[in-house]
Design a protein around this ligand. Structure first.
Ligand code: PEP
Ligand code: MN
Length: 342
């Protein structure tokens, strides 16, 4: 059984609660501390479930094994809306996140941000901290990159999605980011997940390149159990035997996740395919399977991009995709029953 304590529990209340659980003949094992304490008790405690539920400081009790609970539709049947500025992931709009792979400099970021805005994108992406396969590759501008992102938001009004790679940088990235991105390579970095769980910024959690759907959901559970309810899941392609494309876009993940979780779901066709020519079709397909948003890499001069140049689309291509996604989203996201609403 899993016992979630209230986030506002003081240390003294927490000790009293643990004693009260012991007094019921149940040994509590503390599994998470931080914003919220999470306790596991073992299945033998199931008989005392209603007594435990009544204890002061208990927010919620889940029967069964450790795993994903808070992320499931059983825990929360209504779709979660993650509000970012004036836009909500999981609301009626299919949102578009666009921008460069990496923040390369202030001028070029501003050029790209303006172009993405006029193409109709809702949020600006760009990495100040870049996970790179080789240590000798361009690994981002770090703090300077964060300042450039803040400047781009100040000028365009677009909210910022940017990656945090390391627990040591969470505070600095949190100060600038409107959405904290956890990249594919960090989906299993449980200390980082716990750390962003303590923040009050929405988290865009990308699927690990070899991660199953269950693993993606249990990673999201870390963030929710840590006290942060605002998680957006992102399918970004998985590794398969097919090497013609960078990854294989698992579009099945979108309706499948929809059945399993209340969290919003976004698709990244850029990292999924690694090829500019494939991005528009995959972005449209993502909208057609019901994604709540699409994230794409865009550059004003793709050939000059310092990172992932082959997959960057032009702002003119982005504009066409934004139009198509809005049209497809309007059909796919029609509420069940589909009555006229005029
Ligand atoms: C990114 O979106 O900047 C990125 C590095 O993607 P991924 O973590 O999916 O490889
Ligand atoms: Mn990239």
């Amino acid at each position: 059984m899993i016992v979630l304590c209230r986030p506002d529990l003081t240390d003294a209340q927490r000790e009293r609660l643990l004693d009260a659980v012991r007094a019921l003949g149940v040994e509590p094992f503390v599994r998470m501390e931080g914003v919220r304490t999470v306790v596991e008790t073992g299945a033998s405690a199931d008989a005392r479930r209603s007594d435990i539920e009544r204890l002061v400081g208990v927010e919620r009790v889940f029967a069964g094994e450790p795993g994903a609970h808070l992320v499931t539709r059983d825990a929360h049947s209504e779709p979660t809306r993650v509000q970012v500025g004036g836009h909500a992931f999981g609301g009626p709009e299919t949102l578009v996140i666009a921008g460069p792979c990496a923040v390369e400099g202030l001028d070029v970021l501003l050029e790209i941000a303006r172009a993405c805005k006029s193409a109709g994108a809702h949020l600006l992406r760009g990495g100040a901290y870049k996970p790179r396969t080789s240590p000798y590759d361009f690994r981002g501008l770090g703090r300077e990159g964060l300042e450039h992102l803040a400047a781009a938001r100040a000028e365009t009004g677009m909210k910022i999605v940017t990656e945090v790679l390391d627990t040591r940088d969470v505070e600095a990235v949190e100060r600038v980011a409107d959405v904290l991105q956890i990249g594919s390579r960090n989906m299993h970095n449980f200390s980082l997940l716990q750390e962003v769980g303590r923040t009050r910024k929405p988290v865009l959690l990308k699927r690990g390149m070899s991660a199953t759907i269950d693993e993606l959901l249990t990673s999201a559970e870390y963030v929710l159990a840590g006290g942060n309810p605002d998680v957006i899941l992102c399918e970004r392609g998985i590794r398969t035997f097919e090497h013609t494309t960078r990854n294989t876009l698992d579009l099945t993940a979108v309706p499948l996740l929809r059945e399993r979780t209340h969290l919003p779901i976004v698709v990244d066709p850029s990292h999924a395919s690694g090829r500019r020519s494939l991005v528009p079709a995959l972005a449209r397909a993502a909208a057609a399977v019901g994604a709540d948003g699409v994230m794409m890499e865009v550059h004003v001069r793709p050939a000059e991009a310092r990172c992932d140049a082959k997959q960057a689309i032009l702002p003119s291509e982005l504009a066409a995709i934004v139009r198509d996604i809005a049209a497809i989203g309007a059909i796919v996201r029609r509420p069940p029953g589909g009555g006229e609403t005029t």
